[in-house]
Design a binder for this molecule. Sequence first.
Ligand code: SAM
Length: 274
Amino acid sequence: MLEVWFTEQQAASVRLGLRVDAILAKEKTPYQELVVADTAAYGRMLVLDGAVQTTMTDEFVYHEMLTHVPLTIHPNPRQVAIIGGGDGGAVREVLKHASVDAVHLIEIDQRVVEIARHYFPALSESLSHRKAHVHFTDGIQWIRQVRNLDVVMVDSTDPVGPAVGLFQPEFYRSVAEALGPEGVMVAQSESPFLQPNVIQTVVRGMRTAFPVVRLYLAAVPTYPSGLWSFTLGAKHSLPGSIDAKRAVTPTRYWTPAVHAAAFVLPRFVEDLLA
Ligand code: SAM
């Protein structure tokens, strides 16, 4: 039997292999190489520049933990921005918070959104919601021109190409200026096993912009090593626990208890932050 396998080079000596049932799209956009494929194990998958961005089987972990953690830490999130995230999964989760008046998606690559609308309707239909506003521009430029946001999420590709600037201290300072007094930001910050230097760069950079910086973890099987980190920056200390009235439904991964546990770090990750 002929088998087709997708291979992601996750680190110099680490690869992820997924058996592919069908390749649905493959093109070079002005920013990156984009592939959509159906995989046997994880369902439909979006790949950019050879790196898995999302699969329909494990996307809920990443999207719920990227969004519900900062949104339940902020006392009353109304104005929200997502930098990157063109698949629409993060917007879908943000819209579960009744307090949100507007969610802005700032995606540099229009083709990612167009492809997501076609091949990932369960993620991208959120982008047609009346509260969702899609901007096709560089998030680094966009964030410099806005004020009074409540929550900013960086749902970016790895720190290559147009995403490099999203991992720089200047960007975090622009985000802090764009946020209101109770503002919270979160950025995906890669794997403590395979990209510990990225975590250190993000944490160090965010500390130049926010008095409170905390790391939290979640298990995302198709991301390098399966253990993924998020770095959160806040202008105030974090609440001790999540108000039960803020519980979000429906979710499949995030709960108030998972939220609290995600901030409990193994010693080797704490050591990275020292
Ligand atoms: N969940 C994903 C992950 O961690 O692998 C990220 C998904 S999302 C598809 C990432 C998006 O960030 C891409 O579509 C890319 O075009 C976008 N992006 C990269 N740099 C950007 C920038 N400077 N401004 C706005 N969007 C950017």
